[in-house]
Design a binder for this molecule. Structure first.
Ligand SMILES: Nc1nc2c(ncn2[C@@H]2O[C@H](COP(=O)(O)OP(=O)(O)OP(=O)(O)O)[C@@H](O)[C@H]2O)c(=O)[nH]1
Ligand SMILES: [Mg+2]
Length: 421
């Protein structure tokens, strides 16, 4: 399709011939056709001569790229491998929130016919609106927070004469996907973890309304002209980080067949292709077993050094943090499973987050593409590589050929029973 069309041109050609866009555009490219090293590229809009903001500045404005922004102007045959149109997924956003200021108190006096010294009757100002985050189901991206980054709740109304209190400002409810963690600006303090639907976090309190002059009436001062201004609403910058909630996480090298497996056991239809980094964003699917259903998340492929930012880096491993079980997918046609296995485990270890201690199942995929002898030889070598260490459960399948899928599902279900007891 379109994808293929792009692939048939050199990256540079493609870059030059595509019309200007208003959104940044991310894709993976390599210098030689389909071979490492891969570069994560971002094309940033509005870079024409005379543009007010510089390219790096524009890239900096997008938190997502803070640590991986690389811009390469490459004139050779730079092959475009994969792209992600529109960036529909975003798992981190930094936003500024401000609760509403309180309304001012009023300094007014009664004025009625025949009453000479009508006393003070200024009402209080209304309270400013709070800012509240609420976890909502059926959304799994923070993309809404990408372009709008400032949120202010309504101000309280000023108090009025005749003892009327100003109306309070409306609470500003900011919906976030369930699984969103709210962190301080430097990401060191976790304020809240909205891990269940409907959970709320009051992130900024509205300012109290000021007192009207009625409050200041006393025996010694019966006609106070004094009234307070409302207090300012709280304001702060917070970082939202989404950690998807799934039961099972799929990890492995690019091209191992993770997305193929997801599509074999769930109704999700992720992009599948015979080149690395097809999956650029985590994908969710629901797997139906005999008695229950499991949410599975397909994560972009890891490569050696992912924790130092190589390839897509390990940033998506955050989505495996909340899973109860890891499915480690290995391409069975690879000559040395043990080395591949250890490389991924090493990346998971470097990431931390308790990933290594999660129950794990190793899924050897693509067995349709290898002979029985080769399979058993490799299996023996793989098992041997664990030495005396405890071996994980190993399952052989062909995700594309749908071999061993039912057995895999049954084993996952069984393992879950063990996890839950
Ligand atoms: N022969 C064979 N090929 C398979 C099997 N499963 C997947 N493939 C092929 O392997 C290639 C990669 O599959 P994907 O599912 O895209 O791999 P992935 O692990 O999601 O890769 P990334 O998204 O890049 O990390 C595709 O060309 C698939 O058709 C299998 O069981 N047998
Ligand atoms: Mg994939």
């Amino acid at each position: 399709m379109q994808d293929e069309h792009y692939r048939s041109h050199s990256f540079f050609y493609w870059f030059l011939t595509t019309p200007r866009r208003i959104q940044p555009f991310v894709f993976i490219a390599s210098v030689e056709t389909d071979t490492p090293p891969y570069f994560l590229l971002v094309e940033v809009p509005g870079t024409a001569p005379g543009s007010k903001t510089s390219i790096p500045q524009r890239v900096q404005n997008h938190h997502r790229f803070r640590d991986v922004a690389i811009i390469i102007f490459y004139t050779g045959n730079c092959k475009f491998l994969s792209y992600n149109r529109g960036m529909k997924f975003l798992d981190k956003a930094k936003i500024f929130i401000k609760a509403g200021d309180g309304g001012n108190g009023a300094a007014t006096f009664r004025r009625e016919k025949y009453i000479e010294f009508g006393g003070p009757n200024g009402g209080d100002g209304g309270r400013g609106g709070d800012v509240v985050f609420r976890a909502v189901p059926n959304v799994n991206t923070l993309i809404d927070y990408r372009y709008k980054m400032h949120f202010t709740a309504e101000r309280g109304e000023n108090g009025m004469g005749k003892m009327r209190t100003g109306a309070s400002g409306e609470t500003l409810v900011l919906p976030v996907p369930t699984g969103t963690v709210i962190l301080s600006e430097n990401e060191e303090i976790e304020y809240a973890d909205l891990n269940t639907d409907g959970m709320e976090y009051l992130a900024a309190r509205g300012g109290n309304g000021g007192w009207g002059n009625l409050h200041f009436k006393s025996p010694t001062n019966r006609a106070p002209r004094q009234a307070n201004d409302g207090l300012p609403g709280e304001e702060r910058t917070v970082v939202l980080r989404l950690k998807l909630i799934a039961d099972i996480g799929l990890v492995g090298f690019p091209n191992a067949g993770k997305s193929t497996l997801l599509s074999a056991v769930t109704s999700a239809r992720p992009k599948i292709a015979n080149y690395p980094f097809t999956t650029l964003n985590p994908q969710l699917g629901v797997m139906y077993a005999h008695n229950r259903e499991f949410v599975m998340v397909d994560l972009p492929g890891l490569i050696e050094g992912a924790h130092t930012g190589v390839g897509l880096g390990d940033r998506f491993l955050g989505h495996a943090e909340r899973t109860k079980m890891i499915l480690h997918v290995i391409d069975g046609t690879e000559p040395d499973w043990a080395t591949r296995y250890k490389a991924i485990r090493h990346e998971m270890d470097s990431y931390g987050g308790g990933l290594l201690t999660k129950p794990e199942m190793v899924v050897i995929n693509k067995i349709d593409a290898i002979g029985d002898d080769e399979l058993s030889e490799k299996m023996t070598a793989f098992k041997k590589s664990f030495g005396r260490k405890k071996k994980p459960e190993i399952v052989t399948i062909s995700a594309a050929g749908r071999i061993g899928i039912d057995e895999l599902i049954a084993k996952i279900e069984k393992m879950f029973l063990g996890v839950e007891q």
